[in-house]
Design a protein around this ligand. Structure first.
Ligand SMILES: [Zn+2]
Length: 82
């Protein structure tokens, strides 16, 4: 039974290694697979500094927000600043 456990651990380790190698190959072939803040489709909320997809963003004053709450916070801030 102990041998079976060792074999399972080795198989798991091999699968993890294989998935990492495959990911590296995909990144080299197709570029970055995960979205980065530099992506053209992502916008930054100036209030909570969260990056979010432009399609799902709340827009106010030509600025993108993650929620109406952040938009109202931004409006309060601009009022205070004059
Ligand atoms: Zn926000």
């Amino acid at each position: 039974m102990i041998r079976l456990g060792v074999i399972l651990v080795l198989v798991a380790a091999c699968l993890i290694l294989l998935s990492r190698v495959l990911k590296q190959i995909l990144v080299l072939r197709y570029g970055q697979t995960t979205p980065s803040p530099q992506s053209a489709h992502l916008v930054q909320d100036p209030v909570c500094l969260a990056y979010l997809p432009k399609e799902g963003a709340v827009t106010a004053h030509g600025v993108y927000f993650c929620s109406a709450h952040c938009a109202s916070q931004y409006e309060k801030g601009t009022e205070n600043n004059g």
